[in-house]
Design a protein around this ligand. Structure first.
Ligand SMILES: *Cc1c(COP(=O)(O)O)cnc(C)c1O
Length: 358
């Protein structure tokens, strides 16, 4: 697909912006949305920015029935000098295409998508909050639209991007979360769709999420789908362990989502001379390390929270406290460093940020 002209239709009335102090995740949306269509004859075509509006769809559209859909999540930050930065956006479009491939959705032109996204974020840049900890969450997604109940890949799709100002994940400081080790329901299985950002992985997790909430735990710790023994992820985050001064994380195995924050954390630690060991990690090993005092830190990584320390876990009806329920030094350093790079307050030696003109 050669790059096509981006058509822009400006909204005639602009919405009122929410108060940055009370922002919740994904409740408010900006004035415009990005759209593009796919047909087998024309490929991806007609990229456009239009006023944010509801869609009209045929009730038989395939996405409603069989969930052939993929999404992404990334953020734009406004720094104190007024510049707008996207954090590693080319990684998100690369992963979008990996998800597309798994779901039999036609892939997109990654470079063209990044250009469209830059134009779109610039148009709605007033929606990027500037208070510490706030950002503009960017949600690209693709839905299958062919009107048929046939169980096969759709021949038509719509790609959209919407923008949502989000507040600090940690209002009033970073509070470590407690997690529930789920040993009945699983999130993903070998050969399944666990490493794709596709809707069914998330709705299939609600049952376990509800059970964790019933135990006053904020997140689910997912175990592997075969033996229910090896650690995969925590909620919708990748997970890291500090044991005897070394950092460990589950190796990518096809059922774990390949997080961009995970990748960034590994690269950051490596550049500090702290190589991360990517391997199979069993829940028994973690419980034993905690009992013996060698488990120093547990934290999750993802775009929404960046770094989320874990202060306790429940496994087989027993509660365990991790690091006195406090955030550890590695998690603190990673959080400060990553957020500093993302917002432009710290140098960006890796060239991760894409800076938009003011
Ligand atoms: C998106 C996601 C992550 C984190 O990925 P980031 O690119 O770091 O935001 C981890 N696990 C799951 C299941 C996810 O959907």
């Amino acid at each position: 697909m050669a790059q096509q002209t981006l058509e822009v239709t400006q909204a005639t009335t602009l919405k009122e912006k929410p108060d940055a102090a009370t922002l919740e995740f994904g409740k408010h949306f900006s004035d415009h949305m990005f759209m593009m269509n796919y047909t087998s004859e024309e490929g991806w075509h007609h990229p456009r920015i239009v006023p944010y509006q509801p869609l009209t769809m045929d009730p038989s559209a395939m996405v409603f029935h069989y969930g052939q859909t993929v999404f992404e999540g990334l953020k734009a930050y406004r720094s104190s000098d007024g510049h707008v930065r996207l954090f590693r956006p080319e990684e998100n479009f690369r992963r979008l295409n990996q998800s597309c491939d798994r779901l039999c959705i036609p892939t997109v032109n990654e470079e063209a998508m990044l250009d469209y996204l830059k134009e779109y974020v610039k148009l709605d840049k007033e929606w990027i909050p500037s208070e510490p900890g706030t950002s503009l969450y960017i949600r690209p997604f693709i839905i299958s639209t062919e009107p048929t109940l046939d169980v096969s890949p759709s021949r038509t799709y719509t790609l959209m991007i919407i923008l949502s100002p989000v507040g600090s994940f940690y209002k009033g400081g970073i509070d470590p979360v407690s997690i529930f080790v789920e040993d009945e329901f699983t999130r993903a299985a070998p050969g399944g769709t666990g490493n794709a950002k596709t809707a069914g992985n998330y709705s299939g997790a609600y049952k376990a999420q509800n059970r964790a909430a019933g135990h006053q735990k904020a997140q689910v710790l997912w175990l592997d789908g075969v033996e229910k023994r090896y650690i995969e992820e925590v909620g919708s985050m990748n997970v890291f362990f500090k044991i005897d001064g070394e950092i460990h994380t589950p190796a990518l195995n096809g059922s774990i989502l390949e997080g961009i924050t995970r990748k960034s954390v590994i690269e950051l630690l490596e550049s500090e001379g702290m190589p991360v060991r990517e391997r199979k990690i069993s829940i028994d090993e973690i419980i034993a390390a905690n009992e013996s005092g060698s488990l120093q830190e547990v934290f999750g990584t993802g775009t929404a929270a960046v770094i989320s320390p874990v202060g306790g876990l429940e496994y087989k009806d027993r509660d365990y406290v991790i690091n006195n329920g406090e955030m550890g030094e590695t998690a603190s350093w990673l959080h400060e460093t990553l957020v500093g790079i993302q917002t432009g307050e710290l140098d960006d030696p890796f060239g991760w940020s894409v800076v938009l003109e003011r």
